[in-house]
Ligand binder design. Structure first.
Ligand SMILES: Nc1ncnc2c1ncn2[C@@H]1O[C@H](COP(=O)(O)OP(=O)(O)OP(=O)(O)O)[C@@H](O)[C@H]1O
Ligand SMILES: [Mg+2]
Length: 380
């Protein structure tokens, strides 16, 4: 038994076999979310959920992105656990994409054992830290998903594609900073929580909002400081990209245009979104460019994918707090020209019927936390 097996065994024993509830934590840059689920006869039951904005813990406004120091994060989580009445003793933590790397690279075809040697060397080009400072994982992508999964559909076109592919393979490289895992482990310990699942947020949100189909889909997470786009095809992440604008930029634009403080602009944004209001004709003008920029960037990434893979993307799923802005779906549809679906992660769990409207409205924000909690339930 290797050292890691031992550590894992200790963790497993200490969680005990009877735990049936798990909590997932999503460390958003503007608000931290938690979701607690219980496993019952193979079903996932929503026990509680909640969020707290980071701003007030850093003398900033609600809606502003920040990076809280460890002790403030702990304070926030203690408050959040108390307010949401989190009781689970085991949990999982989402690693923000900003502390990770998710990149798809082409490499010459070779034996898997050789790939295992070569991928860390290739990864050095993309990882801005010494490789010893990151946890590295990788996955060999099906050469052409169409060829692999549906051989009966092989056409002249896909045969040509195989040829043009040459003897290259596509690898998805994922890495997480070890520092962030250490930090989160420390926080978990102080919360009295055994957390042994650390997952890049992108994978969590895919689990909660992707329908069970094989089509190519864009998942766009409009957060506070940034927006994150992932292209999922045949159920696998094929591409990930960060857009350097988020919903916080919409608030900044409103604040500037109406000459109001950030906090007031945030209120106006949440109330009117992109729909403006009769007294505020200026609102739409100030907000639209930021939102259009985000969707135009997402559209470019999508086109690049379609071109490279000769696969049509058929829809875009919006998640993140920015997706809750009124009217945002219409702008997305116009700019990208694809059907737009609002992420509904709570649909994957059982919850009281009287909550259904609230859960539908707030759903996009909880995509990461729900997906991660579902992952942790698999262990229980
Ligand atoms: N009801 C609402 N209407 C409009 N915007 C909203 C609403 N609720 C939250 N937002 C905006 O959503 C943004 C926060 O989204 P989210 O919680 O997904 O970000 P985050 O997870 O903290 O950020 P990141 O994922 O980038 O680290 C904020 O800019 C906030 O103003
Ligand atoms: Mg987020």
């Amino acid at each position: 038994m290797g050292i890691f097996d031992k550590v894992l065994k200790i963790v497993k024993d200490s969680t005990g076999p009877k735990e049936k509830s798990a909590v997932a934590i999503d460390f958003g840059s503007s608000s931290v979310k938690v979701v607690q689920l219980r496993k019952e006869k193979g079903r996932a039951i929503l026990e509680t959920y909640g969020e707290l904005t980071c701003g007030p813990y850093a003398e900033l406004s609600v809606g502003q992105a920040t990076s809280l120091p460890a002790e403030k994060m702990l304070e926030l989580l203690r408050d959040l656990f108390r307010e949401a009445n989190v009781t689970a003793k085991v949990g999982a933590m989402a690693i923000p994409l900003r502390n990770s790397l998710l990149v798809s690279v082409e490499m010459p075809e070779m034996e898997e054992s050789k790939l295992a040697e070569m991928v860390p060397i290739e990864a050095r080009k993309y990882v801005p830290l010494p490789i010893s400072e990151v946890i590295l994982d990788w996955r060999l992508m099906p050469k052409s998903s169409l060829d692999e999964r549906e051989p009966a559909l092989e056409s002249a076109d896909s045969r040509n594609r195989k040829k043009s592919y040459g003897n290259k393979v596509e690898i998805l490289i994922a890495s997480i900073q070890k520092d962030i895992v250490r930090l989160y482990q420390d926080i978990a310990q102080k919360l009295g929580l055994v957390s042994d699942v650390f997952e890049i947020e992108t994978f969590s949100s895919i689990r909660s909002v992707m329908p069970n189909d094989l089509s190519a889909t864009v998942i766009l997470d409009i957060g506070a400081g940034t927006s994150k786009i992932a292209i999922v095809d045949y159920g696998l992440v094929r591409l990930s990209h960060t857009i350097v604008k988020g919903s916080q930029d919409v608030t900044i634009a409103i604040a500037k245009s109406l000459s109001v403080p950030f906090a007031k602009a945030e209120e106006i944004k949440r109330k009117f979104g992109l729909l403006g209001d009769v007294d505020n004709g200026e609102l739409l003008k100030s907000v639209s460019p930021t939102v259009e920029y985000i969707f135009a960037e997402a559209g470019k990434v999508m086109l690049q994918y379609q071109k490279e893979h000769k696969r049509a993307v058929d829809k875009i799923i919006l998640i993140g707090g920015g997706a809750m802005m009124k009217g945002v779906g219409d702008v997305a549809r116009e700019v990208i020209g694809l059907p737009v679906v609002m992420g509904a992660p709570f649909d994957k769990v059982e919850a009281p019927v009287f909550l259904s409207n609230v859960l539908k409205e707030t759903g996009p924000e909880f995509a990461v936390a729900i997906g991660l909690a579902l992952r942790k339930l698999e262990d229980l």
